[in-house]
Design a protein around this ligand. Structure first.
Ligand code: AMP
Ligand code: ZN
Length: 470
């Protein structure tokens, strides 16, 4: 299996630290608001990667944090006149609801920054002791980038260039720093901010230190994969490497995976442009599985453009999958035969070749776009080959494959939701009533037949049309 490693800037063969095991850390959201659809991209693509590794038999230890202490959280708390904790706990709960709706598996551990302060203080102290960090007069602790010869290796920034472009520290009000690229590990409290005791001052951690600490605590000093959106490469991940490697003296992580950005109608998503969508906005309009299919319709490193048109296309694709599994399940109710016919065995071979295409796509740096194509080929084949004469063995086989690849790996649920079905039935009944009113009995009868085909029986009563399942 090949993965594009941001640090080596090429696709490389994946070799786990321990055979059959995968340790993976994915930077999670800052919880000050409902998550937006951009945040959903890393969640969905790396959840799918995890699911695929589990499908391959890996035991995956998947850690994804919630950043619950941050300027934006403090701002939201002050605006509402509540504590930061009220804001972060509220939006962690809301985020978990969105994740469940999008069928994202809960991480093995979802650590929160505010619950790991002791570990952060320990790592910062180690960095000071080893000469990689210094304490300024007001108690701010900075990481000294010049003490780390590897600094810049992930973002491929040249240290000499970085040093030559230095801003005037006096002008920018950063006289305390030895070097403009030094970054904060710990900072003193300000009025109205949450704070913790520390050897340097009452204050709070800088952003980057939490991921170094939580990755080490829950996954070990060296891990297999660290992932997140491409905006995190610099400074967040570069700084994580500096902190982790300078404190432990070991390589922090073997592979770095970064997803490309989600844009809206080819523009950056932003509140001021009026093209900012939360996951909640979109799932009010579309089944979350449609959003999932859409997110996986591109390889994760490429930019992805969100549009209503693409969502409509994915809605139709999802409907095709659901119609197929509906049909297979329906046929299975009366199907017989525990041995496939010769023709079915040939079809099975075709399905197997699509499974190989699916695996080849996923093995090629998590190419979910091609993996989806393979699933649609299986759906197409199932639709054309499954019928009244199909054996139970064949129908079960095809349905099983769809469930394994689509539900299991892509995380796209192929069982039609009852409530969706109810809404669809009501809509058909409504259409039939309109056809009858317009004396279009042909259409009305066709709709009745369609409903019968779905196992729905209509009763015309004095109170109107009632329906029940057969
Ligand atoms: P944040 O809450 O801003 O730290 O973001 C949480 C995760 O979402 C990070 O991995 C970001 O890189 C990712 N992310 C934020 N915006 C987008 C976007 N528009 N497209 C793709 N990923 C994004
Ligand atoms: Zn992080």
């Amino acid at each position: 299996m090949k993965i594009f490693d941001t640090l080596q800037r090429r696709k490389v063969e994946f070799k786990p630290i321990e055979e059959g095991k995968l340790s993976m850390y994915v930077c999670g959201p800052t919880v000050y608001n409902l998550i937006h659809i951009g945040n959903a991209r890393p969640m969905i693509v790396f959840d799918t990667f995890r699911r695929y590794m589990e499908y391959k038999g890996y035991n995956v230890n998947y850690v994804s944090n919630f950043t619950d202490v941050d300027d934006k959280i403090i701002k939201a708390a002050n605006e509402e006149g509540v504590s930061s904790e009220v804001i972060s706990e509220r939006y962690i709960e809301e985020c978990k609801k969105d994740m469940a709706a999008m069928n994202i598996k809960p991480a093995t551990t979802h650590p929160q920054a505010t619950k790991e302060i002791d570990g952060m203080i320990r790592m910062i102290q180690q960095l000071i002791d080893k000469g990689h960090a210094y304490v300024a007069e007001d108690g701010t602790v900075y990481f000294a980038v010049e003490t780390d010869p590897g600094y810049g290796k992930l973002s491929h920034k040249d240290m000499n260039e970085m040093m030559s472009g230095l801003r005037d520290l006096k002008v920018s009000g950063e006289e305390q720093k030895r070097n403009a690229n030094d970054f904060v590990l710990w900072k003193p409290k300000k009025e109205g901010e949450p704070f913790w005791e520390s050897p340097w001052c009452e204050g709070r951690p800088g952003w980057h230190i939490e991921c170094s600490v939580m990755s080490q605590k829950y996954l070990g000093e060296t891990i297999d994969i660290h992932a997140g959106g491409e905006d995190l490469i610099f400074p967040h991940h570069e700084n994580e490497i500096a902190q982790s490697e300078c404190s432990s003296g070991k390589e922090f992580c073997h592979y770095w995976m970064h997803n490309g950005f989600l844009k809206i109608n080819n523009e950056k998503m932003s509140k001021s442009l009026g093209n900012f969508f939360t996951v909640r906005d979109i799932t009010a309009q579309y089944d979350p599985m449609v959003l999932r299919l859409f997110m996986l319709s591109a390889q994760y490193r490429t930019p992805l453009n969100f549009s209503q048109e693409l969502m409509e296309q994915n809605k139709a694709s999802y409907e095709r999958i659901l119609n197929c599994t509906d049909k297979l399940k329906d046929l299975l109710k009366s199907a017989q035969g525990t041995e496939m016919s010769a023709e079915e065995l040939e079809d099975k071979e075709k399905v197997e070749s699509y499974i190989r295409e699916f695996e080849a796509a996923m093995d090629d740096d998590n190419n979910t776009a091609n993996a989806e194509t393979a699933v649609f080929e299986i759906v197409r084949l199932a639709n054309t080959t499954a019928g009244e004469n199909s054996t139970k063995a064949y129908l079960e086989y095809v349905l099983g494959v769809i469930r394994t690849l689509c539900d299991g790996v892509l995380g796209v649920i192929t069982d039609r939701k009852e409530e969706n079905l109810d809404a669809e039935i009501e809509e058909l009944i409504q259409k039939r009533q309109e056809a009858r009113k317009a004396k279009d009995f042909k259409t009305a009868d066709a709709i009745r037949d369609q409903l019968n085909g779905m196992g729905i029986i209509l009763e015309d009563t004095k109170e109107g049309v009632k329906w029940k399942r057969a």
